[in-house]
Design a binder for this molecule. Structure first.
Ligand code: SF4
Ligand code: SF4
Length: 251
């Protein structure tokens, strides 16, 4: 389940094993799925809107809020908690997470967190992981043992990391071009990152296809393949916002 809140302790995790299990039998089941500031990535949104049979604009309107605190340049989106009671996640039920197989990356990682720090090489950041220990979480009292690698594999975190990496390169970029971005660029970022069905309409109706040369399989994927569309959207953002030659211009 999801990222830690105020009062949590953060313990670095390297090669040692940790004990943890989460299942409907723990006394705290579902306690962690409330009152969260849960930032979503484009791949999270893609999986969730597909699971719910919604288009991206409907999903964003119903289940998300804009978040301006996470990143200095771009608005992120976060999951909208229920307004009433203890502000539970809208997908929490008495049986647990109703979208478990498509839950966001942050929910998969919990009770771990991920950070980045400067590595041995200049300008290269290394990621590291830590345990998020919260008093209410009884999962640490269970017997099941994990290494970091086993947990990341079992929870599907590695797949999500791979899908998120190209987009993370944009939101963590130090490009000088970012100093010039304005409202129009922020709107581009929001559409291409999160509102994939609107981006699809934009690609088809604007001069996009006249301006850029796409591969045959990308053109075929425009209608049905959300993942290929997302990677195209990310290349367009890198081209437009960071000045990288990620798209071929038609002459
Ligand atoms: S064991 Fe921890 S992760 Fe599982 S439901 Fe309880 S608080 Fe949440
Ligand atoms: S998406 Fe599922 S796992 Fe994540 S906070 Fe909501 S109910 Fe919990």
């Amino acid at each position: 389940m999801p990222a830690g809140r105020r009062g949590a302790r953060f313990l670095p995790l390297w090669n040692e094993k940790f004990r943890f299990a989460c299942h409907p039998g723990v006394g705290c089941f579902g306690e962690c799925c409330a009152d969260l500031r849960l930032i979503l990535t484009p791949y999270d949104v893609l999986r969730m809107k597909k699971r719910l049979g919604m288009n991206s604009s409907e999903f964003l309107a119903q289940y998300t809020l804009l978040d301006w605190e996470e990143n200095p340049w771009f608005p992120m989106v976060r999951l909208r908690m229920r307004e009433e009671g203890r502000r539970e996640c809208p997908f929490l039920t008495a049986q647990g997470c109703s979208i478990y197989e498509d839950r966001p990356g942050a929910c998969r990682l919990y009770p771990l967190g991920r950070g980045a720090r400067r590595g041995h090489l200049p300008d290269v950041e290394e990621e590291f992981y830590f345990l998020v220990v919260e008093d209410h979480c009884r999962g640490f009292e269970e017997r099941r043992e994990w290494t970091l690698g086993e947990w990341l594999e079992d929870q599907g975190v590695l797949e999500y990391n791979a899908m998120n990496r190209p987009w993370m390169e944009i939101v963590t970029s130090k490009s000088a071009n970012l100093r010039k971005i304005g409202e129009e660029h922020r709107a581009m970022f929001h559409m291409a990152s999160y509102d994939l069905d609107r981006f699809r309409g934009f690609v088809k109706k604007s001069s996009f296809l006249k301006r850029f040369r796409l591969e045959e399989d990308e053109l075929k994927g425009l209608d049905q393949d959300d993942l290929s569309l997302l990677f195209l959207a990310i290349r367009w953002l890198k081209f437009s916002l960071l000045g990288e030659m990620t798209l071929e211009i038609r002459h």
